[in-house]
Write a protein that binds this ligand. Structure first.
Ligand SMILES: NC(=O)c1ccc[n+]([C@@H]2O[C@H](COP(=O)([O-])OP(=O)(O)OC[C@H]3O[C@@H](n4cnc5c(N)ncnc54)[C@H](OP(=O)(O)O)[C@@H]3O)[C@@H](O)[C@H]2O)c1
Length: 236
């Protein structure tokens, strides 16, 4: 009998919310998982709870050494099929407290791009792979209450566009999917009057379905795609 090795998925930001829901769903699909975040105890608890092979790595994606550390983790794993970048932060910051703006840019923009570049370079060498970045519908417009959050998500989203263009130009079977969630019921959801709120499980199911279809971009839940279309028409 031929033994098929399990596919490997790496999730950055797997200790809660959307990343955790992705971990649960991918574990149930038989993936070998590598879970990254800062909260070690939570990661270990999750690894104990999940079926199958689970590796945990404590990492702060806002650290300057994160891209290098991430590249080393990927090299040690050998083959990796999918990398999900869900780690992110955000604050309502009407007072423009710079420490909050600075943290947001460091994690969501610089940190995200560093992790995405490390992931892409790994897939380029490997000759295949699927990079999935969780950005936000916030990437599509500015925000008076959370200017750094929306700007950092726009940066992350454009960075993914660049990597996708690079993979296409190289004619490599490397796929890059940008996931733009609207509101998802997690600790991150800070809006005063959220609407069309999806559960993390629903978000994870729609993300995995977009990955299965190799979509370049997907709105979660799907109805946010209509908002994106209207925004694009209004901005013309
Ligand atoms: N919830 C929403 O309504 C919504 C909407 C649009 C986009 N998003 C995006 O979805 C992604 C996931 O957020 P969520 O909703 O699932 O919220 P969440 O439950 O707060 O999850 C955030 C995850 O990111 C990790 N993280 C935060 N800062 C990190 C850092 N410096 N280094 C490493 N890991 C870090 C957290 O783990 P540790 O704290 O253990 O490090 C946690 O696992 C974020 O990028 C967010 O911007 C969320």
């Amino acid at each position: 009998m031929i033994k098929v090795s399990p596919r490997t998925a790496v999730i950055a930001g797997a200790s809660s919310g959307i990343g955790l829901a992705l971990a649960r769903m991918l574990a149930s699909r038989g993936f070998r998982l590598v879970l990254l975040a800062r909260r070690r105890e939570l990661l270990e608890q999750i690894a104990d709870e999940l079926p199958g092979d689970v590796i945990t790595e404590v990492m702060d994606v806002g650290d300057v050494s994160a891209p290098e550390d991430f590249a080393r983790v990927l090299d040690e794993l050998g083959t990796v099929d999918q990398i999900y970048l869900s780690a992110g932060t955000g604050h309502l910051n009407p007072g423009l407290d710079w420490s909050l703006e600075d943290e947001t840019f460091r994690v969501n923009a610089l940190g995200f791009a560093g992790m995405a570049a490390a992931a892409y370079r790994f897939f380029e060498r490997q000759g295949s792979g699927h990079l999935v970045g969780i950005t936000s519908i916030a990437a599509l417009l500015g925000s008076a209450e959370a200017p750094a959050y929306n700007a950092s998500k726009a940066c992350a989203s454009r960075y993914l566009d660049g990597l996708r263009m690079r993979a296409r130009a190289a004619k490599l079977p490397v796929y890059v999917t940008d996931i733009l969630p609207g509101f998802v019921d997690t600790a991150m959801m800070k809006a005063e009057k959220p609407f069309w709120v999806a559960s993390p499980e629903k978000a994870a199911a729609q993300i995995i379905s977009a990955v299965d279809r190799k979509n370049g971009r997907a709105y979660v839940s799907r109805r946010w795609g209509v908002v994106a279309l209207l925004l694009r028409l209004l901005m013309k």
